[in-house]
Design a protein around this ligand. Structure first.
Ligand code: SF4
Length: 168
């Protein structure tokens, strides 16, 4: 377990996708930063919302975009496709929950510019309960000495850790 471990939105997202990926990220085994899919994700973030782009980063939160709708502040998680939508929603819920702890009430949206989608995410007690369970699980997995074994699924071939998990 890395010494300065803190749960981040990316770790919550990774948990929803693959528990092994979560462990690898938590132990700072980052994939090649130039890998195409990751680079594409960055490009979409940079290009699609240039005019209203306002990434904010504080504590361990890194929010893609903060904007306004009427008098409501909206925080957005920007994704390249809706393939891992539940993971994106839970990541956003994590940010909303942390900001609520700081006294901010806001709404959330997952935005998928390539598909022209904006999906509203609502913080409520039920969502909060689910998030808390997930956060406990995230911590337990990250504290383990070794990663969960790789389980090959369709998503693996698009994963930046593919070579690491299955080479040889
Ligand atoms: S390649 Fe598959 S098993 Fe390995 S980290 Fe990625 S999603 Fe998980």
């Amino acid at each position: 377990m890395v010494s300065d471990f803190k749960i981040t939105g990316n770790l919550v997202n990774a948990y929803m996708v693959c528990h092994r990926k979560l462990w690898l990220y938590a132990h700072q085994l980052n994939p090649d930063p130039e890998m195409d899919l990751l680079a594409l994700g960055r490009l979409i973030n940079e290009e699609s919302y240039k005019r209203e782009k306002k990434e904010i980063e504080f504590d361990n939160l890194k929010i893609d975009l903060v904007t306004k709708d009427s008098d409501q502040v909206v925080i957005c998680e920007v994704k390249k496709s809706s393939k891992e939508l539940e993971a994106a929603k839970m990541q956003l819920l994590f940010y909303m929950d942390r900001l609520r702890h700081k006294g901010l009430k806001l709404s959330g949206e997952v935005r998928i510019p390539k598909e022209r989608k904006k999906i509203a995410v609502e913080w409520n007690e039920e969502a909060k309960r689910k998030l808390d369970e997930i956060l406990q699980d995230v911590e337990a997995i990250c504290k383990a000495e070794t990663p969960p074994p790789p389980v090959r699924r369709g998503l693996c071939k698009h994963c930046a850790f593919f070579e690491f998990c299955f080479a040889g």
